[in-house]
Design a protein around this ligand. Structure first.
Ligand SMILES: [Zn+2]
Length: 216
């Protein structure tokens, strides 16, 4: 009785301490409407403690819902001091009715943000010239897009966000309100929920990450 009543507060205290220590909000800019989800996703990435990130709503992003990119003005800074912007589209590609970020379940948004933070993990080790070449290749090569998107998911999964990633993918692929064209693009360029499951269950994610790091 005494023991359990003691353990619980200690446990809660250490969990909240761990959370507080792994996130630095001094260098993060997060709109109120997505704050809860962004913080939840950031707790999985203690490595991004010193990284400046701005989450920013935009009216329309070409072909995607969220997009992680280096801040243009930090281009001449060293990669350690590079700053990032995560753009979030206000509306989502739809057929008919209006569909916005507010209509998306919280866990799905966390997964979505987790994927974008996975991109930042991938960008971190690249030089500025490397980032430039990377950006150009992203525009012209489907093969490159597939590799990059796979890397972002892999980073998110290895950071413990596998369940969120699956939820986000299923939300998109099973959603009758999203256009078939958008879903087709997702099927073609991103790994499937089944493949994510396989990476987690067969413990293949570490191996996957090694391949990514060798390639980049
Ligand atoms: Zn992506």
């Amino acid at each position: 009785m005494l023991l359990t009543s003691l353990i619980k507060p200690i446990l809660y205290f250490s969990i909240s301490m761990a959370t507080a220590q792994s996130i630095n909000l001094e260098n993060k800019i997060i709109p109120e409407s997505i704050k809860k989800e962004a913080i939840e996703a950031l707790t999985f990435f203690p490595e991004l403690y010193d990284t400046a990130i701005e989450f920013k709503f935009k009216n329309n992003i070409r072909k995607s819902t969220m997009q992680a990119q280096p801040r243009f003005t930090s281009f001449f800074k060293s990669k350690e001091n590079r700053e990032y912007v995560i753009l979030i589209s206000r509306s989502i590609q739809i057929e008919g009715e209006k569909f916005t970020m507010d209509d998306i379940p919280s866990d799905v948004k966390v997964g979505w943000i987790g994927h974008e933070l996975g991109h930042l993990m991938d960008y971190r080790d690249r030089t500025n010239l490397g980032m430039l070449i990377f950006g150009i290749k992203y525009l012209f090569s489907f093969k490159h897009i597939k590799e990059v998107e796979r890397a972002a998911d892999t980073y998110a999964i290895i950071h413990g966000m596998g369940d969120y990633i699956i939820k986000t993918k299923n939300f998109i692929l099973d959603n009758a309100n999203l256009s078939e064209k958008y879903k087709e693009r997702i099927r073609r360029l991103y790994i499937s929920p089944e493949e994510v499951m396989e990476l987690i269950n067969k413990n293949k994610v570490a191996e996957e990450l090694e391949n990514i790091e060798e390639d980049s």
